[in-house]
Design a protein around this ligand. Structure first.
Ligand code: SAM
Ligand code: DTB
Ligand code: SF4
Length: 326
């Protein structure tokens, strides 16, 4: 895959909208079934009280966001949530923890969760913050399929949003994950007051990861009252669709997840994102601390658009999302 410069990515952003969408959709079709969408369910396994100062996050201990801290869930609670997610049609179960990074005593119960979720026939993903090499190896040993660790924004903009760790720390963890043989889920957030050149910088950096991430979540900032980014103006929806389309052109073979922020997107906007190359969603009433569209709403949207959930050979939806539209 040829690596794109930031300038080249900006040139894609500058294309007339119809030209950009057409090009992105063609590339999407060359690489994927355009009507299949990968479906993941997210669960916050440890909530709030985080030492980090990420300016967008409801879970930083530094901001008053009204999020109640919740210690690590039990294995039984996680297994039950995973079983319910599978029953509704999810094929991947993503577990998120509000840590800068796990301590060994934190990691051990998470390894058990990975093994338990996997034994249900679901793909597993965890997002636990920064890892050391031995921790990445332990996760790989437990059979973890994906590690989510977003680079979040362009390196030049990162320090305006996060000061307690560096952008390079994120890259270092991604390298350890890759070296351990775990698939990489890494993307970013837009709508944080960054410029278009920063969005281009984020996408160029994702495209330059070698190999490129298997999964690229694009989050639209959920503006959390009490955080430094809580009252920013909303990103222009057309600019958001452009971001998805440019990402599709830059990481042609990666799944692109239409991630946080979907609850604020009208159906027509989501439909445009699926046309532009998004082919993965979080499915379930909650993200980590904020609401997601209801599962019945998503089922109705899939039906309307003739989309079907991507099957993995280990998971069959039993209820909820149906394979064919009506
Ligand atoms: N603590 C770990 C970390 O920082 O990697 C894992 C959890 S953290 C909440 C995972 C990701 O969620 C962040 O990197 C960011 O991309 C996304 N995220 C968090 N809060 C968000 C918000 N308010 N809007 C959009 N995305 C958000
Ligand atoms: C990702 O890219 N987005 C998810 C997941 N990976 C962990 C998190 C979204 C969080 C949205 C705000 C919240 O619910 O707290
Ligand atoms: Fe902590 Fe992750 Fe939130 Fe940053 S994004 S404050 S590291 S939970």
């Amino acid at each position: 895959m040829p690596v794109l410069t930031v300038n080249q990515v900006e040139t894609l952003f500058d294309l007339p909208f119809n030209d950009l969408l057409y090009r992105a959709h063609v590339v999407h079709r060359q690489n994927f079934d355009p009507n299949a969408v990968q479906v993941s369910t997210l669960l916050s396994i440890k909530t709030g009280g985080c030492s980090e100062d990420c300016g967008y996050c409801s879970q930083s201990a530094r901001y008053h966001t009204g999020v109640d801290n919740q210690a690590l869930l039990s294995l039984a609670e996680v297994t039950e949530a995973a079983r319910a997610a599978k029953e509704r049609g999810a094929t991947r179960f993503c577990m998120g923890a509000a840590w800068r990074g796990p301590k060994q005593r934190d990691l051990e119960p998470v390894l058990d969760m990975v093994r338990a979720v996997r034994s249900l026939g679901l793909e597993t993903c965890v997002t636990l913050g920064m890892l050391r090499e031995d921790q990445a190896q332990q996760l790989a040993q437990a059979g973890l399929d994906y590690y989510n660790h977003n680079i979040d924004t362009a390196p030049e903009f990162y320090a305006q949003v996060v000061r307690t760790h560096r952008w390079q720390d994120r890259i270092d963890t991604l390298r350890l994950v890759r070296e351990a043989g775990i698939k990489v889920c890494s993307g970013g957030i837009v709508g944080m007051g960054e410029r278009r050149s920063d969005r281009a910088g984020l996408i160029a950096q994702l495209a330059a990861l070698d190999p490129q991430p298997e999964s690229v979540p694009i989050n639209l900032l959920v503006r959390i009252p009490g955080t430094p980014l809580g009252d920013l103006p909303a990103l222009d929806p057309i600019e958001f669709v452009r971001t998805i389309a440019v990402t599709r052109l830059a990481v042609a073979r990666s799944f692109i997840r239409l991630s946080a922020g979907r609850r604020d997107m009208p159906e027509a906007l989501q439909a445009m994102c699926f046309f532009a190359g998004a082919n993965s969603i979080f499915y379930g009433d909650r993200l980590l601390t904020t609401p997601n569209p209801g599962t019945d709403q998503d089922e109705a949207l899939f039906d309307k658009l003739g989309l079907h959930p991507l099957m993995s050979d280990t998971a069959e939806p039993q209820d909820g999302l149906h394979r064919t539209g009506s």
